[in-house]
Design a protein around this ligand. Structure first.
Ligand code: PMV
Length: 365
């Protein structure tokens, strides 16, 4: 028997007992990365977003994770993390913190010894955050274990809880379980939207956005200057916080007719404004940061010039770093690829870039 307490919304994810025992086994999942169009920046409580966000799920940037588990009798958490086959002790604190946060929802964690083996399709040092796809894949592996112990778990509950758990590892990870467009955070016009987990964007999406392209230009591959934890914290007493949260909500509202009618010019305005607003928040926090590099600006200016001259629909977005995501419709793939090759690759570190496009959900491997 398992019972669900119904006091707070998150209590539906607390399981009191399981119907089957597990002694050992292995589970493996592959999760996609995602790129936000309306950005999440600022949180409260346990990883709750101050504003709703929406992202494209990516197709080629992903993490594969296998979790081998064996029942143990000793106390405490026991795990080892391997990245590309090599023991990676630097991941331990993050995983320990994740386990501590989710133990209430997965009470079996201390009963097993885990070997977590993970690998990313993109280079670890690329500056592409692996935390979204990584935390999603790990959450799915742990949910897979839970499902083996409780076969009455429905597919919807499985996905919702996996997204809920991934969020507790890294906020944006809750948008890395399904595709092609995921909303996280309550929004008055989006039924079912929640601060607790990501949901599939529920409205019509025009064919202009099918297989939307994302070429990621690796401008700077170094360690992040500002961890996202610090960045989110800086929004707590940021002078422009309230306006920013309002702006994000409004931008998400504005995207609804844009997605429905395929209005690319408006899509570009919103997406680029979101990217620059995210960086403006960092530049106006205390302490302040500039995460863009001269080459980031050079790329942005070239994109604007090309768009103006050729009437193209290419645009950019940024994460909390210097790399540029060049976004464009599939129908412009040929011309924009040529433009990127001829004019933009010179600004990438060692000419490195990743060709990607909008993709679909995580899956079991
Ligand atoms: O998931 P976190 O805590 O690493 O935050 C990610 C924040 C951004 O990538 C900058 C924006 C977003 O919505 O993904």
């Amino acid at each position: 028997m398992w019972s669900i307490l119904n006091v707070m919304p998150e209590h539906k994810f607390i399981v009191c007992s399981y119907s089957h025992n597990l002694s050992s086994g292995i589970v493996s999942w592959q999760s996609p990365s995602n790129i936000a169009l309306v950005k999440y920046w600022g949180k409260y409580g346990e990883q709750m977003p101050m504003n709703p966000s929406i992202s494209f799920t990516l197709n080629n940037c992903n993490t594969k994770t296998s979790v081998s588990f064996t029942k143990k009798s000793s106390e405490g958490f026991e795990f080892e993390v391997f990245l590309d086959g090599k023991r990676e002790v630097s991941f331990d604190p993050k995983i320990r913190k994740f386990f501590e946060r989710i133990e209430t929802y997965l009470p079996f964690l201390k009963e097993f010894k885990f070997k977590i083996e993970t690998s990313n399709s993109f280079p670890h040092s690329s500056g592409i955050a692996s935390s979204a796809s990584g935390m999603s894949a790990l959450a799915l592996c742990l949910m897979d274990m839970e499902r083996q112990m409780q076969s009455s778990i429905t597919e919807d509950y499985f996905k919702e809880k996996a997204s809920f758990l991934a969020r507790l590892g890294s906020g944006s990870a809750c948008r890395s379980l399904e595709g092609p467009l995921i909303v996280w955070g309550e929004h008055i016009e989006i039924d079912g939207s929640s601060n607790l987990f990501g949901i599939k964007y529920p409205f019509q999406v025009h064919k202009n956005f099918q297989h939307y392209q994302d070429t990621i230009l690796l401008v700077d591959k170094g360690e992040k200057q500002v961890s996202s934890t610090l960045g989110h914290d800086l929004m707590l007493d940021h002078p422009f916080a309230e306006q920013r949260f309002r702006q994000a909500k409004e931008n998400l509202s504005k995207l609804i007719p844009v997605f429905k009618n395929g209005i690319l010019s408006e899509f570009i305005r919103i997406v680029e404004s979101e990217a620059l607003s995210l960086h403006a928040m960092m530049m106006t926090s205390m302490p302040y940061f500039i995460l863009m590099k001269p080459n980031t600006l050079e790329i942005i200016n070239r994109i604007w010039k090309f768009r103006e001259e050729k009437g193209s629909n290419v645009c950019f977005t940024l994460d909390a770093g210097a790399n540029v995501h060049v976004l464009y419709p599939k129908s412009e793939k040929k011309t924009v690829s040529k433009f990127i090759e001829k004019e933009l690759l010179q600004f990438c570190k060692n000419g490195e870039f990743i060709v990607d496009e909008v993709g679909l959900e995580a899956f079991k491997i």
